[in-house]
Design a protein around this ligand. Structure first.
Ligand code: ADQ
Length: 504
């Protein structure tokens, strides 16, 4: 892991995300601490422990209030206390309108260009603004507590308006934001009621640096700014926006995973034993093993994947019994009807496929409907011969990268939707268009029939790429770029601090 402290010099680092890294929960045995699963939280937590920054997040745990001080602050991790977690309190009605509402019913489908799922309510937008303002106040307060310049790093689409609010409160703060999901072109963003698409863009232009997964998303953002923010000057070649007297830089930084961790988890003896057991059970003889892993989400192309499998087995009966598919599919966002309905549909389709094609010695699809620990996932990835990622749109898709990192025997073929950020970054996968079911079916056949040597060649190429582009390289690139821009801004920031108008 690279050392990040030197980028920050004497400046305080404030991270902002919707989810908190530690939740205090009241359980039968008293208060317990829970760390949410996920590679991103764990990589950011490791970094925060080293740089002793402050993490501002929604205090969502049932015992969060009683474990924090009157400003919502608590030292974490428990027992180590190396950085500050500053919790922001939200009422249930605010979570409904800001998080389940504007973030997940409006922005999420819009950014993924799945507009039939797009819903907008004035209340969603009003609450989103109010919650973003509250987060901005919390960050400004944290920045106030230190003498030097601070750097605020905002995560994701829950906080499109925070940077602009913050800039008005603390003009000298360095603010940047990583947008984890795609950014839509102007014709899609204009579905937001007039006024709110411009407000959203102005919110993001409060940043000094806007970070996207891939260039295409950055270019969509620049196109939207050119179209909807009349006083902004966009330079597409330089990827900058001039707004009033400020320059906003826009860039792509493809996120990744902790490659070494996944590699080691897949390599260890228990994972090897489990992979053998799985192969013995589901892929004996010439039978192969397929895998897919996702949250149940309409962006992930799950019905499209099931349709392709159904068509494969109905149109090519010689493929019956040739492979078993492990479908790891965790329910998510279960308070939104679109998600519960999809979960029901997935369960029903799997049952129907298994009834139609299964035989006494073969179950075509094994559905695992729950959250699976990362070390178990690593063993499943290791055991597989093919992995299907069929997102209709996806910012990056970390499952694709985890599969590659866990393929220690270099046997597996990655079938990857061309609409994922990962498809634009790594070479060696078999690319698919999930909307083209016949193409999808023939790609599955190609993968199943691919000779071992070609599989190895492709997998090696992808592994080499990911080994040198881990989540820590991603963090390093972002912080290095932030530090460069901060250094270049120093004279004008000093002038702001001194109350002098630059060039005046
Ligand atoms: P997600 O939409 O959640 O992330 P993805 O990038 O695939 O999508 O990450 C999912 C993570 O959850 C992976 O680490 C995976 O292992 C884990 N996961 C999924 N199902 C699981 C299960 N059943 N059990 C255990 N773990 C499971 C958003 C964007 C992506 C972007 C990431 C990071 O939508 O495009 O890649 O953020 O920026």
């Amino acid at each position: 892991m690279p050392e990040f402290l030197h980028y920050l010099d004497d400046c305080k680092f404030i991270l902002v995300s919707n989810r908190e890294p530690y939740e205090h929960i009241r359980g039968p045995r008293g208060i317990e601490v829970k760390q949410p699963a996920g590679g991103l939280v764990s990589a950011l937590d490791t970094t925060m422990r080293r740089i002793h920054g402050t993490w501002v997040a929604w205090g969502s745990g049932s015992a969060d209030r009683e474990t924090s001080d009157e400003s919502g602050r608590v030292q974490v991790p428990p027992g180590e206390e190396s950085y500050t977690l500053r919790r922001v309190w939200l009422e249930n009605s605010e979570v409904d309108a800001y998080y389940h509402g504007f973030a997940n019913r409006s922005l999420w489908p819009l950014c993924h260009m799945l507009i039939h799922h797009f819903e907008y309510r004035t209340e969603y937008w009003d609450r989103y603004r109010a919650v973003n303002l509250r987060f901005a106040h919390a960050v400004a307060d944290e920045a106030e507590r230190c003498t030097g310049r601070s750097m605020a790093w905002i995560q994701d689409y829950h906080f499109a308006l925070v940077a602009e609010f913050l800039r008005a409160m603390r003009p000298s703060l360095f603010i940047h934001q990583f947008w984890h999901i795609p950014f839509p072109p102007p014709d899609i963003l204009r579905l937001l009621p007039s006024g709110s698409h411009e407000a959203l863009l102005r919110g993001l232009l409060g940043n000094d640096l806007m970070e996207f997964q891939i260039d295409r998303h950055a270019l969509n953002f620049l196109d939207c700014v050119a179209e909807f923010v009349p006083d902004a000057e966009v330079d597409v070649g330089d990827q900058t926006v001039r707004l009033q007297d400020r320059i906003v830089q826009v860039s792509a930084f493809p996120i990744s995973i902790d490659f070494e961790k996944y590699h080691q988890m897949a390599l260890c003896a228990p994972a090897e034993r489990l992979a053998q057991t799985l192969r013995g059970r589901y892929a004996h003889g010439s039978r192969q093993l397929g895998v897919s892993v996702d949250r149940v989400d309409y962006t992930k192309g799950i019905p499209e994947r099931l349709r392709a499998l159904e068509l494969l087995w109905s149109e090519h009966p010689e493929m019956l019994g040739r492979f078993t598919f492990i479908f790891v599919c965790t329910p998510s966002r279960t308070n939104l009807p679109a998600y519960t309905q999809l979960e029901r549909e997935v369960g029903e389709s799997v049952l129907a496929i298994n009834r139609r094609f299964g035989s006494p010695d073969w179950t075509p699809i094994v559905l695992i409907n729950e959250n699976v620990d990362a070390d178990l996932l690593a063993a499943v990835y290791r055991a597989a011969d093919i992995c299907l990622v069929s997102s209709l749109q996806d910012g990056m898709n970390l499952v694709a990268k985890e599969f590659v990192a866990a393929q220690v025997e270099e046997r597996g073929v990655l079938l990857l939707s061309r609409f994922t950020g990962a498809a634009e970054e790594i070479e060696g996968a078999v690319l698919i268009n999930p909307f083209n079911v016949d193409g999808f079916v023939s790609a599955i056949r190609t993968a199943l029939e691919m000779p071992a040597e070609e599989r190895r060649r492709r997998m090696r190429r992808m592994r080499r790429r990911l080994q040198n582009n881990t989540i820590f390289d991603w963090l390093d690139a972002i912080l290095a770029r932030g530090a460069d821009i901060m250094a270049a801004q120093r004279p004008s920031v000093d002038a702001i601090a001194a109350g002098v108008k630059v060039g005046g």
